[in-house]
Write a protein that binds this ligand. Structure first.
Ligand code: FAD
Ligand code: SIN
Length: 495
């Protein structure tokens, strides 16, 4: 058993930014940062479009960013939270720049703002079409400055240690699937989203809803799970995850066309290709149903080739790898699961409803996104809340010097030598397909009630498997995905 002052689970933007912020303030505090994968692997690494922020009030204003965010959230956002995030954004972005994030500039030295759906003006800072990779590199570089941060990779958190509504750390499996625990005064979940719950997603394999499921099992309040966001334009391939085609490409002028070559989205919304994601995904699903095809097309043929090459080099490369030349032909796209708008409920300091437990990033529900996240507001939310949480944790640590007093059982795992790989893979596929059908039915306004019984039955099959195999990461992940799926369906059906 290990002990530390602060335990951070996750090395995407929410985990790294918090670790840096806290270590700057508290150089003598012991911080342990863990991730189940390598240092880089996360949703953050794949972010394309960028970070929305009002960097000058010539291009944009706080009021217009606030109003665009609220409009996208359809009345479910918390206005005070939206205002806080938007108004604190410029300072947090200046820090990211000081930490070495290379946001693009135009030839005359101004910010090269990108435009995405739902934004009334261009206000998105980016690094070409690989903003997330640039951010991860800069943050990991900064992190290496701090001697009080111990970084452990390939360590999988299974459950939180909770007694009397207080969190005392977490239980883990190491890469040999041996169980151990880390006890801490403060535990901070930054475990990201859950796109892998669906059979088509832009999210990498790590996005299995682990933190959300752990917090929910431990009794933390989870909210707004019905609001799962699909991204309208993922490249149609047979693999999962599917490759995202950034919304910034539509902001740059790309059109959505149907099989007759018609631009069909204006029939659904006056903002056409730049309407918000929920509207576009629904319009595309309806077009797919009408035509019987599994995709529509994204057309870039009319765009300036040199400008495309300089802004979207990775998209051009990835399309080419899949056999598409976007200069000469439209590319096949369809909606895919992208972002969990709901999550573990937190206040404006990032505190969950359990003492000693914080959450931030895609696993958390801060009140910013409401029913539908505005493009490029996620990375922003994570850096703003990392700062707020660091201030709060720094002051909590000052008041409370005692190390955790957990007296419950830790470290028990049941081992079963029977290999269940085939069964796990089969149940995972069934779950992912069920969830995709559920979302499709929701978009096409078809009956959803039968999904309640379907998910319950699949959930109990998965639960049976997990009871006997507590030392297998893949079974824990499957169980977490099933719990997340159930929260999504139940919140949709019964809230
Ligand atoms: P993540 O970056 O996903 O990090 C989660 C971390 O937790 C990982 O290190 C993971 O290994 C670790 N972890 C998870 N479970 C466990 C466990 N059980 N034990 C130990 N470690 C665990 N948003 C924007 O604002 N702008 C964009 O341009 C943008 N583009 C996107 C493009 C793509 C393709 C995708 C998938 C998302 C995009 N998003 C974008 C969304 C945004 O990237 C994510 O919401 C954000 O990066 C989430 O950050 P995070 O730190 O919360 O989680
Ligand atoms: C994209 O680049 O289209 C994704 C942006 C986001 O998820 O905010």
């Amino acid at each position: 058993m290990m002990q530390t002052d602060v335990l951070i689970i996750g090395s995407g933007i929410a985990g790294l930014a918090f670790a840096i912020k806290l270590a700057e303030r508290k150089p003598k505090t012991d911080i342990v940062l863990v991730t189940k994968a390598d240092r880089f692997e996360s949703n953050t690494k794949y972010a394309q479009g960028g970070i929305a922020a009002v960097m000058d009030n010539i291009h944009s204003s706080f009021e217009s960013h606030i109003s665009d965010t609220l409009k996208a959230g359809k009345g479910f956002s918390n206005i005070q939270t939206v205002r806080m995030v938007v108004e604190k954004a410029p300072k947090r972005l200046q820090e990211l720049i000081a930490w070495g994030t290379p946001f693009d500039k135009t030839s005359d030295g101004k910010w090269d703002y990108g435009l995405e759906g739902g934004h009334s003006v261009a206000r998105i800072l980016h690094h070409k079409d690989q903003t997330g990779l640039a951010l991860e590199k800069a943050l990991l570089q900064q992190l290496s400055r701090f001697k009080n941060i111990q970084f452990q990779t390939e360590v999988f958190a299974t459950d939180l240690l909770v007694q009397n509504k207080r969190c005392y750390g977490a239980q883990f499996l190491d890469k040999n699937e041996q169980s151990f625990s880390i006890q801490s005064n403060i535990t901070y979940l930054a475990t990201g989203g859950s796109g892998q719950v669906f059979s088509k997603t832009t999210n990498p394999l790590i996005a299995t809803g682990d933190g959300l499921a752990m917090a929910s099992r431990a009794g933390a309040v989870v909210e707004h799970m019905a609001f799962y966001q699909f991204h309208p334009t993922a490249l149609v391939t047979s693999k999962n995850p599917v490759f995202l085609i950034t919304e910034a490409l539509r902001g740059f002028g790309a059109y959505l066309i149907n099989h007759k070559g018609e631009r069909f989205v204006f029939k659904h919304h006056p903002e056409g290709e730049l309407a918000t994601r929920d509207i576009l995904s629904e319009a595309i699903f309806k077009e797919m149903q009408k035509t019987g095809h599994d995709h529509v097309w994204l057309d870039c043929r009319h765009l300036d080739r040199e400008a495309l090459r300089s802004h979207f080099p990775n998209i051009i490369l990835q399309c080419k790898k899949h056999g598409f030349n976007l200069f000469n032909e439209p590319i096949p796209v369809a909606p895919a699961a992208h972002y969990q708008c709901g999550g573990i409920k937190v206040n404006r300091e990032g505190k969950t409803t359990l003492h000693g437990l914080y959450a931030n990033g895609e696993c958390a529900s801060t009140g910013l996104h409401g029913a539908n996240r505005l493009a490029s507001n996620s990375l922003l939310e994570a850096v703003v809340f990392a700062h707020e949480a660091a201030l709060s944790v720094a002051s909590e640590l000052k008041q409370n010097k005692t190390t955790a007093g957990f007296s419950g059982r830790t470290g028990s795992v049941s081992k079963n030598p029977v290999t269940t790989t085939v069964k796990t893979a089969h149940l995972k596929k069934a779950l992912q397909e069920l969830m995709y059908r559920f979302y499709l039915n929701k978009s096409l306004e078809m009956p959803l009630k039968p999904f309640g019984a379907e998910i319950d039955s699949l959930f109990s099959e998965i639960k049976k498997l997990s009871v006997y195999h507590k030392s297998s990461q893949s079974i824990w992940e499957l169980q977490n995905m099933a719990e997340t799926a159930r929260l999504i369906i139940n919140d949709t059906l019964y809230e």
